[in-house]
Design a binder for this molecule. Structure first.
Ligand SMILES: Nc1nc2c(ncn2[C@@H]2O[C@H](COP(=O)(O)OP(=O)(O)OP(=O)(O)O)[C@@H](O)[C@H]2O)c(=O)[nH]1
Ligand SMILES: [Mg+2]
Length: 263
């Protein structure tokens, strides 16, 4: 059952550390933070990642044509910022991060949204799965009842996508639209070369599976966006469902991608 008091509260992201979720000392990690007009949240997100990262996580904010001071807020908080000259879309922005991770030899690339929905204190939970042998780890808000509230329509769409992707990859995936993820070196290589340009989260799972990578999910607490504006409007949601469903089906029957040689 949904508990609005838990889902809607505005909790500073910095406070949500998870005891025991240490970042393994032998791994160099890059947190990729896609951000479009997130000046109200991105500074807190960057500070929380750096605090939770125990000096082992660098932060790269990919600012994608924001007009609200996102880049300055991220830089002031201690992030490295790539400012793209115009909006290239979330998939291309995230792929930019994977290319940096590949070029600079990071062991793990985390994806953390810039709107504060993913308390970074939980990064260690995902990175621990990578350290245990998973290639691509998704933080799922639905594996446990963490009180995440969303509209009935959106939840229905998420359940349908979970069913579709689970069938496509041959294992249960509960949160296919989560943007809180960790990728190992093999996945970094793959995504640096191939990554869906828009609405990428769902397709990326099938892409990883088709490339023979091991996917895992771990339960996480996810918050509601507390400032800024969602990129998911009702019209875009309809387009999203059609586009993503077709992409999953086409990918399932198409040729599997292989990681590119490093440039
Ligand atoms: N670089 C880049 N980031 C984007 C773009 N669109 C969205 N984002 C960022 O990607 C993250 C996820 O986007 P959201 O709009 O929050 O999508 P969502 O989390 O599925 O939707 P909500 O639950 O309503 O927040 C946020 O940090 C956005 O700022 C884009 O075109 N380029
Ligand atoms: Mg969001």
């Amino acid at each position: 059952m949904v508990r609005p008091d838990r889902a809607r509260r505005r909790v500073p992201v910095i406070e949500l550390g998870v005891p025991g979720a240490e970042i393994p000392a032998h791994l160099r990690c890059l947190a990729i933070v896609p951000a479009l007009n997130e000046a109200g949240a991105v500074g807190d997100v960057v500070r929380a990642i750096l605090a939770a990262g125990q000096g082992r996580v660098d932060v790269l904010v990919v600012d994608d044509g924001s007009t609200d001071g996102t880049a300055a807020a991220a830089r002031a908080a201690g992030a490295r910022v790539v400012s793209l000259p115009f909006n290239v879309g979330i998939g291309n922005a995230v792929q930019t991060g994977y290319r940096v991770a590949r070029a600079e030899g990071y062991d793990v690339a985390m994806q953390v949204d810039g709107d504060g929905q993913h308390p970074p204190g939980q990064m260690g939970l995902l990175i621990a799965e990578v350290a245990a042998g998973a290639n691509y780890v998704v933080g799922s808000r639905f594996m446990r009842d963490a009180g995440y509230e969303t509209s009935r329509t959106r939840r229905g769409a998420m359940v349908f996508l979970a069913w579709l992707v689970s069938a496509a990859v041959g294992q249960t995936v509960t949160d296919t639209t989560s943007g809180f993820r960790a990728a190992d070196r093999a996945t970094i290589e793959l995504f640096a070369g191939h990554y869906p340009p828009d609405y990428p989260e769902v397709e990326a799972l099938v892409l990883a599976h088709r490339a023979g990578l091991r996917i895992a999910e771990v339960p996480v607490l996810m918050l509601q966006r507390s400032t800024g504006t969602s990129s998911i409007t009702p019209l875009r949601s309809a387009y999203y469902m059609v586009k993503v469903s077709l992409a999953v089906i086409v990918q399932r029957i198409g040729t599997a991608p292989r990681p590119e040689e490093p440039e």
